[in-house]
Ligand binder design. Structure first.
Ligand code: 6PG
Length: 466
């Protein structure tokens, strides 16, 4: 009998199976594609820890009880189809885990549907790409707490480790795991947009070559900006183009695609009433990037200021601080969204644990997350890390560099939208007075929407102009 079942033998599935088997669990794979099944059996070698089949019936029969079956298939209808193909052969108490980026309401629907049949359903975000799946991803599971004990040993063995601690924990009921993974991806969008804006500035205002950019991002990765995304950015600048002269990064079309998780984060943040403007703009920038033909036409119609001379060394040091500042602000927004979602959807998330399991394995892993995790641990009821004593000095130290960097971008027509949105968010969040009194007056003027006063309780309406 096999300890773990995995449906979907693409690269992620294959790698996750090899990872689980490395940790001394036996695994059976299921895929409708005979080639993928044969490939996996060949990869498993003669060790008999791994097998695979195209038959759902044989697959289910090969697993020990309660069965622990993970789906690593594309989000959407394929998840439902995979569940239906397994259902006739499952017993009460068996466990299905969706490891894809499913939309959280779909996970809630599936969980309720399977609960009626006595099957425990988990939505477990898996982050770290193909390499993470093979060597240790960050895993974000949500579902039935009692049933988690059965998958815990396998997940803890397969997950990335941060100073020996596995980057996986039970997060909460129903779609808690998928929701946390969705916001992880929203933060991922923000950090990616920020690293690319700073690249744009260093390249065009500072005139840095790819070699210099690789060195700068490489250095940054050794300091307070230490993170997976900064690390791979340095590597990217060094990659030669296999098809021509120079570095590959200069040959890649500046149109970024998206599968939707960043957009969902923004959309749901709006539903919850939590501002995440650094993430919103990262989604918008992917959309603007896709308007390539229109951008080319418009570029010819408008002049740009010529770029002013800049002290390179100062620019680099300012950009480092600005990037650090805006990384903090982006995490602050995403985590605030999780605090709100936790209350609204009954996830009962422990934000310290969430940030802990992001410290290794996942795409947004960064040195900063250890500090974030400690802040949530130390400050009871913390909603936003900008209020945490550990982050106040970090922000105070970097905010003026963020301002100067934004000004530089504005003066030179080099767009830094995620950086300026981060700064604007900070300036608004830290303002006890904002001009929204005027908006309330306007709303009441044209629509009798009423307003509250700052000098007495109650709800007021004025016949304006009388
Ligand atoms: C991860 C990634 C992973 C995937 C993104 C890509 O955590 O390993 O987030 O889930 O690479 O979803 O998202 P886009 O295609 O939307 O950029």
């Amino acid at each position: 009998m096999y300890n773990f079942g995995l449906v979907g033998l693409g690269v992620m599935g294959q790698n996750f199976i090899l990872n689980v088997a490395d940790n001394d669990f036996t695994v059976c794979g299921l895929d409708l594609d005979q080639q993928k099944v044969s490939d996996l059996i060949a990869l498993g070698g003669n060790e008999l820890k791994i097998t695979a089949t195209t038959s759902a019936e044989k697959f289910v029969a090969s697993l020990d009880s309660p069965r622990k079956i993970m789906l690593l298939v594309p989000a959407g209808k394929i998840v439902d189809a995979a569940i239906e193909s397994l259902l006739p052969f499952l017993d009460e108490g068996d466990i299905i885990i969706d490891g894809g980026n499913s939309f959280f309401t779909n996970t809630d629907r599936r969980e309720a549907y399977l609960k009626e049949k006595g099957i425990n359903f988990f939505g477990a975000g898996v982050s770290g790409g193909a390499e993470g799946a093979r060597k240790g991803p960050s895993i974000m599971p949500g579902g039935n707490k009692e049933a988690y004990q059965y998958i815990k040993p396998i997940f803890e063995a397969a997950a990335a480790k941060f100073q020996g601690e596995p980057c996986v924990t039970y997060l909460g009921p129903k779609s808690a795991g998928n929701y946390v993974k969705m916001v992880h991806n929203g933060i991922e969008y923000g950090l990616m947009q920020l690293t690319s804006e700073i690249y744009h500035l260093l390249k065009h205002a500072g005139g840095l070559s790819n070699k210099e950019l690789a060195e700068v991002y490489g250095e940054w990765n050794k300091g307070r900006l230490q993170s997976f995304l900064v690390e791979i950015t340095s590597e990217i600048f060094q990659q030669k183009d296999g098809l021509g002269e120079g570095e590959l990064v200069d040959k890649i079309l500046d149109k970024a695609k998206q599968k939707g998780t960043g957009k969902w984060t923004s959309q749901n943040a709006m539903d919850l009433g939590i501002p995440v403007p650094s993430i919103d703009i990262a989604v918008s920038m992917r959309e603007i990037s896709a308007l390539k033909a229109l951008r080319i036409r418009a570029d010819e119609l408008f002049d740009r200021p010529s770029i002013s001379a800049i002290d390179k060394k100062e620019l680099i040091s300012q950009a480092e601080a600005a990037l650090y500042f805006s990384f903090i602000i982006t995490y602050a927004q995403g985590l605030h969204q999780l605090v709100e979602a936790s209350g609204s959807y009954g996830y009962e998330l422990d934000l310290s644990e969430v940030s802990k399991i992001w410290r290794a394995g996942c795409i947004i892993r960064a040195g900063l997350l250890d500090d974030i995790s400690k802040s949530f641990q130390e400050t009871e009821g913390l909603t936003n890390i900008l209020l945490s004593p550990a982050f106040i000095p970090k922000i105070k130290e970097t905010v003026s560099a963020a301002r100067k960097t934004v000004v530089l971008g504005v003066e030179n027509a080099l767009p830094l939208p995620a950086l300026s949105n981060s700064l604007t968010y900070f300036d608004s969040f830290t303002s006890s007075k904002l001009p929204l009194n005027l908006i309330q007056a306007q709303r009441d003027h044209f629509g009798s929407h009423t307003y509250e006063r700052n000098d007495r309780e109650g709800v007021f309406h004025t016949e304006w102009g009388e």
